[in-house]
Design a protein around this ligand. Structure first.
Ligand SMILES: [Zn+2]
Ligand SMILES: [Zn+2]
Length: 271
């Protein structure tokens, strides 16, 4: 029995004797099936040719990525909050070196995941760190392929974690797409970890929005208004996206407002 991992989206599945026949996440409009056919790996195999890298981003925040790139290629973000460490989003690879590096940073007390594309091997990560709870919006439940008692599906629009961070359901890309607010970040000015609910664009001066990133299906103006409306009352000055180097360093609240207006104008909205 193995927990197979889809090589295109990086999602780890429930134990099975043989690789699953299909990956529902990749068959959805918001992803794609490997053009050479659905393929799978397992953790040991992945660890043979990949390793995780650790990038300090600011005081109390570390980016964790896998090299060479695997599946979607996102980073996880480890927040060292004063009341405990939270891992935001996840990657597929966890190995001894990763465990030891994170132990040195104080371990993990909770995990929070934005949406089904950035799940990786979250259950393995939780088990490695004393069954730390994993917080996922309940709307994501049908997409999660490996259930486990450590997963806590939360409902509603906002959840406060015991570490003092808050999760906010914005919807859009996925109905349960979530962002995380870290009030102590950016020297107390506040940091928003946006996943791809708000995609930090490569110019690092804007964010954008999509229903499907790989297949270029935009979000409606109504959905964008809902996302921007959800984060309007939050206090933050900086945004970290889900890929390395995609960050809005300062004045992020203004960037969000201006980017939303730019997006809506591109969609034909006037006034
Ligand atoms: Zn997949
Ligand atoms: Zn996504």
């Amino acid at each position: 029995m193995q927990n197979y991992i889809c090589t295109t989206c990086g999602h780890q599945f429930a134990e099975s004797e043989r690789p699953p026949e299909r990956c529902p996440i990749c068959e959805d409009d918001r992803q794609y099936v490997n053009p050479r056919g659905q393929s799978w790996t397992i953790l040991d195999e992945l660890a043979r040719e990949h390793h995780n890298t650790f990038m300090p981003l600011e005081k109390g925040l570390t980016g964790i990525g896998t090299q060479p790139d695997f599946a979607i290629g996102q980073r996880a973000l480890l927040i060292q909050a004063s009341k405990g460490n939270v891992l935001w989003d996840c990657v597929s690879l966890i190995d001894k070196a990763t465990f030891e590096a994170i132990e040195k940073l104080g371990g993990i007390s909770s995990l929070a995941i934005s949406h089904p594309h950035l799940v990786g091997s979250m259950v393995e990560w939780s088990h490695a760190f004393g069954d730390a709870p994993i917080y996922l919006h309940a709307d994501h439940k049908p997409w999660i392929q490996r259930s486990d008692p450590v997963i806590e599906f939360w409902e509603g629009e906002m959840l406060e974690l015991k570490e003092g961070l808050t999760l906010h359901r914005c919807g859009g890309h996925f109905e349960g797409s979530t962002v995380l607010l870290w009030p102590e970040g950016a020297d107390g000015r506040g940091v928003l970890l946006s996943g791809d609910t708000m995609y930090v664009t490569p110019d690092r001066k804007h964010i954008s929005f999509m229903y499907s990133y790989p297949n270029f299906i935009p979000l409606s103006v109504t959905a964008v208004d809902r996302i921007v409306g959800t984060v309007r009352s939050l206090q933050y000055d900086r945004i970290y996206g889900h890929f390395t180097d995609l960050e809005i360093e300062a004045n992020a609240k203004r960037v969000v407002q201006e980017s939303a207006l730019r997006y809506k104008q591109a969609m034909g909205y006037s006034s």
